[in-house]
Design a protein around this ligand. Structure first.
Ligand SMILES: NC(=O)c1ccc[n+]([C@@H]2O[C@H](COP(=O)([O-])OP(=O)(O)OC[C@H]3O[C@@H](n4cnc5c(N)ncnc54)[C@H](O)[C@@H]3O)[C@@H](O)[C@H]2O)c1
Length: 455
């Protein structure tokens, strides 16, 4: 055999060996996932990560959560939940039974078969994506990543993140995606406080870097979640989430603008929406309010507009809806001012009581809550502020420190503003005791009183 032929044979032998090794890597992981012996890791134990960890632990997997917050790590290990949708009673049997534990030490990655990344993706002040949390978690993961691991990014982000940012970081150690390890993006759609749809029964979209990645990711989720929706790429999966949240943000912007128009025309916008919603096709009701809140709707669309700007496209709907939604706290504050003036009182020196400060009903999350803007704006105009919220006992904000007051203080307020319509509030008692109410959520639907001013 000549030298050249020998080299070709050697090369082919290596190729076959590599293919066999890759096939066996994939087969081994597949078997571990199917028989639920795969060791599952969830990076970031917040509103998204903790419920996900719980679902996989409930499905029989051994789950370890990794978080940089020692406080959260300690609380998970003590089965002391800090996420509204997960009770401590749910955590307890999983922690005691050894199915769920938490650590701040990334070296555990070397023992894991799957890793879901659920870290924050906020915006910078300039409205540019802040990828710092994804980057720092990947920098830690890659130190311990071994062949045969499935990695799934769940943090909401711009299209291209998984392929352009995460993949090069994880492949640095020489592992080849699609054969040595598997990489997917799967958007998280959890809706905190929603009693009907939670992590287990919200369909899970998943797109991999390669078809083998998508298959592995789909197989993984199918063990713990009811419905899996595979898509053809990570970019599609990333864009799905941005379409969903942009759709919501823009429709809320539209209905907020309609609310301002109706206000000017003296029309009750709530009655308009209710009647329009009787149309059985082609209309979906959205509701006006004091402004956007939470970690998703006010933020995610700007990930898209940032990305498209680089491709030379201005995301004009997003910018416009962002502007209108940003006006809503001002609109509510103007309503309070007019209502007080009509009652012969200036805002300055008036006792104004805010009902509900969390960003939406029945949860404790304060992130981006419009109540914060409403309080600061009213305070700037000289109002004396207090608040009630059964889910938020204390409020610290720009030098302001308030503790929640009992609802009974509404009797002493010059004006009450309903910012978040928690179901635990005593609305009957409020209407009986308060002298003036600005209702930004239609929480007092069904009550007829001249003291109620609706949005
Ligand atoms: N909260 C929601 O309703 C929701 C819904 C859908 C999607 N999302 C998206 O999911 C992602 C996570 O959101 P969340 O609400 O769970 O955030 P969160 O702030 O509640 O939780 C994130 C967790 O990650 C931890 N963390 C930060 N950096 C870390 C690191 N380098 N390594 C390990 N842990 C780290 C934090 O300590 C925190 O516990 C975001 O991209 C968000 O946009 C959130």
């Amino acid at each position: 055999m000549c030298m050249m032929t020998e080299l070709i044979f050697e090369f082919m032998r290596e190729c076959i060996l590599m293919t066999e090794t890759a096939a066996s890597t994939s087969k081994t992981l597949e078997q571990k996932i199917r028989n639920r012996t795969a060791r599952v890791g969830i990076v970031g134990l917040g509103y998204v990560g903790l419920p996900l960890a719980v679902e996989f632990a409930k499905a029989g997997f051994s789950v370890v959560g990794i978080d940089v917050s020692e406080d959260k790590v300690g609380r998970v290990n003590r089965a002391d939940s800090y996420v509204g949708d997960i009770s401590s009673a749910t955590l307890e049997p999983l922690v005691k039974g050894g199915k769920l534990r938490a650590t701040a030490d990334f070296s555990v990655v070397s023992e894991l078969d799957t890793i879901n990344i659920c870290v924050p993706t906020p915006l910078r002040k300039t409205k540019d994506p802040d990828m710092g949390f994804i980057v720092s978690s990947c920098q830690e993961i890659v130190k311990y990543l071994r062949a045969g691991t499935l990695v799934i990014l769940e943090s909401t982000t711009y299209p291209g993140t998984t392929d352009e940012l995460v993949l090069p970081m994880l492949a640095k150690g020489g592992l080849k995606v699609g054969t040595d390890f598997f990489l997917c993006f799967s958007p998280e759609r959890v809706d905190p406080g929603n009693p009907k749809y939670q992590t287990a029964n919200i369909p899970k979209v998943v797109g991999g870097v390669t078809p083998a990645c998508t298959e592995m990711g789909s197989l993984f989720y199918a063990q713990a979640l009811e419905t899996v929706v595979p898509v053809s790429s990570t970019q599609i999966a990333e864009m799905v989430k941005l379409l969903e949240n942009t759709f919501r943000m823009i429709n809320i912007g539209l209905v907020n603008e309609i609310a301002m128009m109706c206000d000017r025309l003296g029309i009750n916008v709530w009655e308009v929406i209710e009647a329009a919603a009787t149309k059985p096709f082609g209309f979906m009701p959205f509701y006006p309010g004091p402004g956007l809140g939470g970690h998703c709707i006010p933020i995610d669309p700007f990930y898209l507009s940032w990305k498209t700007k680089q491709a030379g496209i201005e995301a004009r709907f997003i910018e416009l809806a962002g502007y209108i939604n940003g006006q809503m706290p001002h609109f509510v504050v103007d309503k309070v001012q007019h209502a007080l003036n009509d009652a012969g009182k200036p805002v300055k020196g008036s006792r104004i009581h805010v009902m509900g400060v969390a960003y939406k009903r029945d949860i404790e999350d304060m992130r981006e809550s419009p109540a914060l803007d409403v309080i600061l704006l009213l305070q700037k105009r000289g109002g004396l502020l207090s608040y009630s919220d059964p889910h938020v006992p204390e409020l610290r904000l720009d030098g302001l420190h308030l503790s929640a007051s009992p609802e009974s203080v509404v009797a002493d307020a010059d004006c009450v503003v309903i910012v978040t319509d928690h179901s635990a509030f005593d609305y009957r008692g409020l209407v009986d005791r308060a002298s003036l109410i600005v209702d930004s959520r239609n929480a007092l639907k069904g009550f007829n009183s001249t003291k109620i001013v609706r949005l």
